[in-house]
Design a protein around this ligand. Structure first.
Ligand code: NAD
Length: 335
C-alpha cells in the first residue's frame, strides 16, 4: 500500500524501513506533521501514518478522504488527536499500536520520579561544573511513602507493581476497571479524590478524554498533601498547567516531572535551541528548580520503536488485504 508517513524523524525512518522489508509497502516520508496545510501531501496514498501531535480533526480528515485516504495508522497508543465521528462518517478506519512496550514508558516514569525526588538532574549539572557541594540536593526515600497511580492499564500496572514490590511504597490506585492482580500484591483502589488527597506522589497513566482533561486542576492541588510530587508521562492536558505553576509558586507542590505538556505540539520533537520560545507558560515551568521536563521520550527505546514499526505496517497490510483490523479504534464505521 502507498502510505504517506507524516512527522517522521531519522529514527522513525530507520525502524520503519527495517520492518518494511517484510511488507513491501510504498512508504512516502514527510518531515512535517499532518495538519490542514500538509494534508494535501497524502494525495495518491490510501493510508496515512501519523504520530501523537498530528492533527486529525474534521477538515483534515475530509481533505484526506478527498485524496483517497481510507486508513489512518497511528504509530502510538493514544488517540486523543482523532475526530472519530468525522472518521466514521468519511469511512476512514483508524488503527493504533495499543501496546508497543508498556515497559518503556513505565521504566521511564520510574526514572523521572527518582531523578526528580533525588535531584539527579541538578547533581549532574553541578558535577559538570566541578561543583561537588550537596546543599539543596536532599531527597526523600521512596520506601514507605504513599504513591497514587491514576490509571492501571498496561503502563500504570507496571508502575504500580514497581512502586509496590520494588520500593515498598504504599500504593493507591484509581481506575474504573481495577486490576485484581495488583490488589493481590497490596495495591489499594480508591476514588480519584481520595487518591489525590492521600498521596505523596501522583503518577498519571489514564488516557486523555473529555472526562480526564485537567484532572489535576487548582481544586485537586488544593486538596493534595503539602509537598506532593506529580509525574505525568501520559498526556499533557491531564494537567492544567496554570494551576500547576500556581501550586509550584505557592510551594504547595514539592516537584513536578513531565514528559508531556498541554501545548507540546508547538515545541516537542524539534530542535529549537536557536529559537526564541514564545510559550511563556512553558518558559515559566522551566525556571523552577523542582521541575524536570523531557520532550515526550518515554516511549523511545529500541524495543518500542521496533514494535511500533512492525505493528503499524502489519495493520496496513491487513487493511490492504481486507482482513479484520485487530488494532482498530472505535467507534465503528457509520457511513
Ligand atoms: P491503557 O488503555 O492500557 O490503560 C489506561 C487505563 O486508564 C485503563 O485501565 C483505563 O480503565 C484507565 N482509565 C480511564 N479513565 C480513567 C480515569 N478517569 N481515571 C483513572 N483511570 C482511568 O493505556 P496505556 O497503554 O497504559 O497508556 C496510558 C497512556 O499513556 C495512554 O493513554 C497514552 O496517552 C500515554 N502514553 C504515553 C507515552 C509517552 O511516550 N509519554 C507512550 C505511550 C502511551
Amino acid at each position: 500500500m502507498r502510505v504517506a508517513v507524516f512527522a517522521t524523524k531519522p529514527y522513525d525512518r530507520h525502524y520503519l524501513d527495517a520492518a518494511n522489508a517484510a511488507f513491501g509497502h510504498d512508504l512516502v516520508y514527510f518531515e512535517p506533521r499532518l495538519d490542514g496545510a500538509t494534508a494535501t501531501l497524502a494525495k495518491g496514498c490510501a493510508a496515512v501514518c501519523v504520530f501523537v501531535n498530528d492533527t486529525l480533526d474534521e477538515p483534515v480528515l475530509e481533505e484526506l478522504a478527498r485524496n483517497g485516504v481510507r486508513l489512518v495508522a497511528l504509530r502510538c497508543a493514544g488517540f486523543n488527536n482523532v475526530d472519530f465521528t468525522a472518521a466514521g462518517r468519511l469511512g476512514i478506519d483508524v488503527v493504533r499500536v495499543p501496546a508497543y512496550s508498556p515497559h518503556a514508558v513505565a521504566e521511564f516514569t520510574i526514572g523521572l520520579l527518582l531523578a526528580l525526588d533525588r535531584k539527579i538532574h541538578r547533581a549532574w549539572a553541578r558535577v559538570r561544573e566541578n561543583n561537588f557541594a550537596l546543599d539543596g540536593l536532599i531527597g526523600r526515600n521512596l520506601f514507605g511513602r504513599t504513591a497514587g497511580v491514576v490509571g492501571t492499564g498496561q503502563i500504570g500496572r507496571l508502575v504500580a507493581r514497581a512502586l509496590r514490590l520494588g520500593f515498598s511504597c504504599d500504593v493507591l490506585a484509581s481506575d474504573p476497571a481495577p486490576d485484581a492482580g495488583l490488589e493481590d500484591c497490596g495495591v489499594r483502589y480508591v476514588d480519584s479524590a481520595e487518591l489525590l488527597a492521600a498521596s505523596d506522589i501522583v503518577t498519571l497513566h489514564c488516557p486523555l478524554t473529555p472526562d480526564t482533561r485537567h484532572l489535576i486542576d487548582a481544586a485537586a492541588i488544593t486538596r493534595a498533601r503539602d509537598g506532593l510530587l506529580i509525574v505525568n508521562t501520559s498526556r499533557g492536558a491531564l494537567i492544567d498547567t496554570s494551576a500547576l505553576i500556581a501550586g509550584l509558586k505557592s510551594r504547595k507542590l514539592g516537584g513536578v516531572a513531565l514528559d508531556v505538556y498541554e501545548q507540546e505540539s508547538n515545541l516537542f520533537f524539534e530542535d529549537l535551541s536557536s529559537e526564541i520560545i514564545d510559550d511563556d507558560v512553558f518558559q515559566r515551568l522551566l525556571t523552577f528548580p523542582n521541575v524536570l521536563i523531557t520532550g515526550h521520550q518515554a516511549f523511545l527505546t529500541d524495543e518500542a520503536l521496533t514494535a511500533i514499526a512492525q505493528t503499524t505496517l502489519a495493520s496496513i497490510a491487513d487493511a490492504e488485504a481486507g482482513r479484520p483490523l485487530r488494532h482498530r479504534v472505535a467507534p465503528p464505521r457509520t457511513a
